[in-house]
Design a protein around this ligand. Sequence first.
Ligand SMILES: [Mg+2]
Length: 309
Amino acid sequence: MTAPEFPASTTPGVRLPSTPPLALLLDVDGPVASPVTRDVKPGIIADLVALATAGIPVVFNTGRSDAFIREQVMEPMIAAGIPAGTVIHAICEKGAVWFSYTAAGPGPIHVDHELAVPKAYGDDVRRLVAEDYSRHMFFDETKRAMVSVEQHIEVPSADYLAEQKLFDSDAMDLMTRHGMGVVRLEHHAPNSDDEVDYRVDPTIISTDIESVRLGKDLGASRAVELLAAQGITPLAWRTVGDSRTDYAMADWLHHNDHPVKHVDVRPADGVPVKPYDVLTATDLGLGEDVIHDDAGGAYLRSWREAMVG
Ligand SMILES: [Mg+2]
């Protein structure tokens, strides 16, 4: 065993590596932003700012665009007062897009263009929505790599979900016409080379069409990289989500030897057996009816009380 030549603690001007007791990796729609109103409650913004101020890394890992995160999360957090020197990371579009922000605003937007859906296909989906589905949903013009079509807030959920099935089927037919192999849930439609490169991922408020290489696991790996670049190695992670696909954050962290617990704020789909702890609102002594941002907010508050006091 060799000792480091210049231990960081004795080298002038070199900061010790930072090892916060906890880092937060947060899905946004559901645990942070209300799936009903799509915005973020002031109490959640205050708790996020308090945790980040206390040195707890706060990283968002969302399918949303950078524009959505700037508007719904970054601007309210800056308004609430992020201290100088505190950096918040946002991984958007399931890992295809990322940026960081401080009290001064957003840094550069990074886009992995290799992970983008072909533009011609996106243009056809825009047309499909305009012609056949515009009463129930809209094309998200802020996405840079994914194609996302979202429920109008005023449309009742059951009506949207019924129409969404038809839209998803049409969107998959369009992919076949573009020679793109696609998968949706159990349905596989490989292209002529027997490849599946894209997936259709329906959520309770939108359908995302994306490269199969995107996912919350890619977002988790980017989160670890972004913190490592700052010299930050968290001792443990908490991931929070409302969908089955959000477990991929905790799966990736666990498989890469980062201690993690996952909070599921919408466990109605059933809680899968995992090699790490899975928490729900009932673990805080709350009722099973406490879900979405009420459950996410309760956990943020509990971590604030534990870490900040
Ligand atoms: Mg979500």
